[in-house]
Design a protein. Structure first.
Length: 109
């Protein structure tokens, strides 16, 4: 049996992903925005497979069901997005050569 390494809090809110309400929201998001937003910002066309919460919900059901979503490919969701949440900003660079995230330190000052 595979051991869940998530925190007890994360394990508890994982149940939200199994609800029909979430499944419908996810399906709607991916239908409306079928391409990965992070790949598109870099000029790449990649099908999205994940409906990602832009603001981490941390189990808050209001944010989970009503928070803004973005479509991501699995690679961006499990690498870039996770690192961004730990760091507090994205290090992605846009086509113009500047960071795409307004919270990036380059925009301070």
């Amino acid at each position: 049996m595979r051991r869940d390494r998530r925190s007890p809090e994360a394990q508890q809110y994982r149940r939200l992903y199994k609800t029909s309400r979430w499944q419908k929201l996810r399906e709607q998001q991916l239908r409306r925005h079928p391409l990965c937003a992070k790949c598109q910002a870099r000029g790449h066309v990649t099908p999205a497979t994940v409906a990602d919460h832009i603001e981490p919900h941390k189990g808050n059901e209001r944010l989970f069901f009503q928070g803004e979503l973005q479509s991501l490919c699995a690679s961006c969701h499990s690498s870039a997005k996770q690192a961004e949440e730990r760091r507090g900003y994205s290090t992605e660079i846009g086509l113009d050569g500047w960071p795409v995230d307004g919270k990036h330190p380059a925009y301070r000052g």
